[in-house]
Design a protein around this ligand. Structure first.
Ligand code: NAP
Length: 482
């Protein structure tokens, strides 16, 4: 099956931080794939900006290397050559005055302008101010912001206020790349495109929901940043919260940006505060090829968590009494992101107690092998009475749809095209981000007040033992991290 590609209008995209890690690993390879697919018009212009003094040739070489390293599909040299013709490099310091006039001259009138702030969030304000001061932004301009969007409610409000001085909310695209993942969008298709699930999607039929995002990697070269942040800020406040919203929200009236975002916001505002005994924090130990967390971040007294598991309740009509268990961590057993909707036991088993307990489960796999599995109870084949077993109805999207896994657009390429199209559905609105911090802040402040120290856990495990107990004491069990 070949996916349909609708070209966007030609555009001018300015990438601040064009020599950085994110630009090299995600933005340029993503743009190139859209170029190859025919979605990015050849007349588009991509302006790279950073403080480094680079010749156009050096910049083109940097982009060429990043594409060769991180684009996992075959392409012809000529295609790459044509893509490089779209590039332009301008030396600009976000805090300085040089380069802005050159940028103004380079941008074409009456063409969509997108400014991607792929730099430290401490520079967002300076960039917004300078774009405005040098009269570079037009009505047809938009800005794209990378996480983290603040580190608490206060700083996220300050940031929103600074940006609001120069841009309307319709011009601001706050990226949470989880929302650009194919399966995350499929969550909405599965829920609202099928008659089958939505009638069961509530406290009457759902026992509990598990959201797991586990990584095998450690902090790597981001030790200093990570130790200042931790799993709660780095993963839960944004990515896991967005997944929770899409699972729990009411059906929006239309698949339109504010309809969807209004419903997500209502979920966040309905979250109960989390009691300390419903949270488990952890720090990984050393492994054969890596040091423990504290050594990795070069802070022997660190109290930052590399793992967190929590039980969350949503106080609304649909979900009252249904626990949502969230967990995420580094240096775990396997790399896996999934959402598991575990349905309740049947009210009565006609097969008697010896048939055992069987609960249906819908598993939505985000990575690896994007797809869905439905655990269904059937009779175990053979003579010898009515023995029941649970078997998975398994669908891996790439297999079922005949699409090679690496041909599915990456989250970043999809989101950049949405920016150009002016579609904000998959981007976070300012009030959503603030509401998420308003819920997260008391949790983090509580740890600080109580001088909470994360529990150690073995590298390659499923996290601290206490995180398993969090469910076991309620008669439930985490799904295995394979
Ligand atoms: P990075 O590798 O440190 O790159 C930073 C970029 O900013 C470089 O191009 C740097 O180039 C430029 N820069 C620094 N100071 C500047 C200034 N004063 N004026 C203009 N340009 C300046 O960072 P990154 O990993 O690409 O991350 C960029 C943003 O994305 C950050 O907000 C990060 O939190 C976010 N993010 C990154 C990832 C990831 O996987 N990397 C994932 C999610 C979010 P010069 O030194 O030449 O100026």
């Amino acid at each position: 099956m070949v996916s349909r590609v609708i070209p966007v209008e030609s555009f001018d995209l300015v990438i601040f931080g064009a020599t950085g890690d994110l630009a090299k690993r995600k933005i340029f390879p993503g743009l190139f794939r859209r170029f190859l697919a025919g979605q990015m018009p050849k007349k588009s212009q991509v302006v790279g900006a950073a403080r480094s003094s680079l010749s156009q040739k050096t910049f083109n070489d940097l982009v060429e290397n990043s594409i060769k390293s991180f684009t996992e599909i075959n392409f012809r040299d000529n295609d790459l050559k044509n893509f490089l013709l779209c590039l332009n490099y301008i030396q600009i310091d976000a805090n300085g005055s040089k380069g802005w006039n050159e940028l103004k001259t380079a941008l074409r009138p009456k063409i969509i302008r997108a400014f991607y702030f792929s730099v430290s969030p401490s520079l967002f304000g300076s960039l917004a101010e300078r774009l405005h001061k040098h009269e570079i932004t037009t009505e047809n301009s938009r800005i794209v912001l990378e996480k983290p969007f603040g580190r608490n409610l206060k700083t996220s409000k300050q940031l929103n206020a600074i940006l609001a001085e120069h841009f309307t909310e319709e011009q601001i695209y706050r990226i949470d790349h989880y929302l650009g993942k194919e399966t995350v969008q499929n969550l909405m298709a599965i829920r609202f495109g099928n008659m089958l699930f939505e009638p069961l999607w509530n406290a009457q039929y759902v026992d509990h929901i598990q959201i797991t995002v586990s990584e095998t990697v450690g902090v790597g070269g981001r030790g200093e940043y990570y130790d200042h942040s931790g799993a709660m800020r780095d993963m839960v406040q944004n990515h896991l919260m967005q997944l929770l919203c899409l699972i729990a929200m009411e059906p929006p009236a239309r698949f339109e940006p504010d309809s969807v975002r209004d419903e997500k916001l209502k979920v966040i505002r309905a979250l109960d505060p989390v009691a300390p005994h419903h949270i488990v924090r952890g720090q990984y130990g050393s492994g054969v090829d890596h040091p423990d967390y504290r050594t990795g971040v070069n802070n022997k007294n660190s109290k930052t968590e590399s793992f967190v598991a929590l039980k969350v309740n949503i106080s609304n009509y649909r979900w009252a009494g249904v626990p949502f268990y969230l967990r995420t961590g580094k240096r775990l057993k396997a790399r896996k992101s999934e959402i598991a909707v575990i349905f309740k036991e049947k009210p009565h088993s006609i097969f008697g107690p010896e048939a055992g307990n069987h609960q249906n489960a819908l598993i939505i796999r985000l990575q690896p092998d994007e797809g869905i599995t439905m655990d269904v109870t059937i009779k175990e084949p053979g003579p010898g009475g009515m023995r029941l077993i649970d078997v998975p109805l398994d669908m891996t999207f790439s297999e079922t749809l005949g699409i090679e896994e690496n041909a599915v657009p990456d989250a970043y390429e999809r989101l950049i095209m949405d920016v150009i199209r002016g579609n904000q559905t998959l981007f976070m609105r300012g009030d959503e981000v603030e509401a998420a911090w308003a819920w997260t802040d008391p949790i983090i402040n509580g740890w600080v007040d109580r001088n909470d120290v994360p529990k150690p856990y073995d590298s390659g495990s499923s996290g601290p033992q206490d995180s398993l107990t969090l469910l076991e004491r309620e008669g439930r069990k985490w799904r295995e991290i394979p």
